[in-house]
Design a protein around this ligand. Structure first.
Ligand SMILES: Nc1ccn([C@@H]2O[C@H](COP(=O)(O)OP(=O)(O)OP(=O)(O)O)[C@@H](O)[C@H]2O)c(=O)n1
Ligand SMILES: [Mg+2]
Length: 376
């Protein structure tokens, strides 16, 4: 096939006899097809089943995943098989969806309610591609394009688009899709999103190769100020985030850098339902950025910073903090680690033993020993 030749490698499903799906019309869809066409390692496979009823699926041993979704787990592989469906929005936000499944729903119908053309390509078990919306052409042209008007029914798709932009960072968003996202944001669609879903997409996007692209797309679609009011991001910070990604910094460090110019990271983190380690890191990074330049070699200040960041009990996090801080201000990481180790080496137990008679003096003695350890 011409297309597969373009992508360099024929995409083949191992075609084994599978009694569970024998005689069913099944396709792999979504990310697995997209990533294979891009030559990327395979993730989870999602399947769509055309022309079957829930009863037929159960009779074949498929297990319904529960909830309102017409999705089943394969009895052996546990992969997800969804009945071809159309969906219509019946309310605001995430909850209000009604599904229509049935033998009359075609593969084209199912693909037509999906988000992006590059995610709306189906593949038969023997490797034939079904691509009614030009997904392969858009993959080749490195374009994000929404499949159709149904895109607007799920505002989380704006965040998905932004996350994909951070992953496939040489892709551009076509003007029509950008325009549609802007309208959705202006209509307040984004405000109805469940915070957990926002965080899921944001945190995944931060872990991609070019987090800056996610933030750019969110800014371009006017969604950023609604999702994260008060988040201060400029070009410099975007570069810093991409450098953090290049350096392989963990999520908490990337998130802390993202918030590092913002006035109220605690409020932001609460709103976004950021995880505790992300919120801690964001708070501590602002502290370090403020205190570290003032500390110099002054033992009192150095000790204060080590204590405030809980560096002795959380040595690894302290190291991560330094590596995050270093993206914004000059930091002699080795020097600070040496200071941490010097303080850590002070034997508080031995000092306590020497003060057996007067326990009220222990604290001061330990502190004095630590300061002495830090003396230049
Ligand atoms: N809000 C959503 C979520 C999913 N999908 C469709 O469902 C497929 C599978 O969804 P999911 O696994 O969440 O995303 P993937 O595109 O597979 O990407 P990832 O690599 O993140 O799994 C998508 O490709 C897309 O066709 C959609 O249209 N709208
Ligand atoms: Mg997937």
């Amino acid at each position: 096939m011409e297309i597969n030749a373009f992508f360099g490698e024929a995409v083949q499903e191992s075609r084994r006899d599978d009694p569970a799906t024998e005689g069913l019309e099944v396709y792999v869809v979504g990310g697995a097809v997209r990533d294979a066409l891009l030559g990327l390692p395979a993730g989870d496979r999602d399947w769509v089943v055309v022309g079957a009823t829930p009863e037929q699926m159960s009779a074949r041993g498929f297990v319904p995943v529960g909830g309102d979704f017409p999705v089943f787990l394969h009895p052996v592989t546990r992969e997800e098989y969804a009945l071809a469906r159309t969906e219509r929005k019946s309310g605001r936000g995430y909850k209000g969806f009604t599904f229509h499944t049935g033998a009359d729903v075609t593969l084209e119908d199912d693909l037509g309610r999906r988000d992006l053309t590059i995610n709306a390509i189906a593949r038969t078990p023997d490797g034939q591609l079904v691509d009614p919306y030009g997904g392969q052409a858009d993959l080749r042209a490195r374009r994000f394009r929404h499949v159709g008007a149904a895109f607007a029914e799920d505002p989380v798709r704006i965040l998905r688009l932004a996350r994909f932009a951070a992953r496939f960072h040489d892709f551009t968003v076509v003007p029509e899709t950008l325009e549609l996202c802007r309208r959705m944001a202006a209509d307040g669609e984004v405000d109805a999103l469940v915070p957990e879903r926002v965080w899921r997409e944001l945190s995944r996007g931060l872990m991609q190769e070019r987090p800056s692209r996610m933030l750019q797309v969110l800014a371009d679609t006017d969604a950023l100020s609604r999702i994260a009011p008060g988040l201060a991001v400029d070009g410099k910070l975007l570069d810093i985030l991409d450098e953090a990604a290049d350096a392989g910094l963990p999520l908490a460090s990337r998130y802390a850098l993202l918030c590092s110019d913002s006035a109220d990271p605690a409020g932001l983190g609460k709103r976004l339902r950021a995880s505790n380690d992300c919120n801690d890191m964001a708070r501590l990074l602002q502290q370090v950025l403020a205190d570290l330049p003032r500390a110099g070699k002054d033992p009192e200040r150095v000790l204060a910073l080590l204590e405030r960041t809980d560096a002795l009990r959380k040595p690894e996090r302290f190291e991560q903090l330094l590596h995050a801080a270093r993206r914004r201000i000059p930091v002699d990481v080795d020097d600070w680690l040496a200071a941490r180790d010097a303080v850590k080496a002070v034997d508080a137990g031995a000092i306590a033993a020497r003060h057996a008679g007067q326990p009220e003096g222990i604290r001061e003695a330990v502190r004095a020993a630590r300061l002495a350890a830090l003396a230049p």
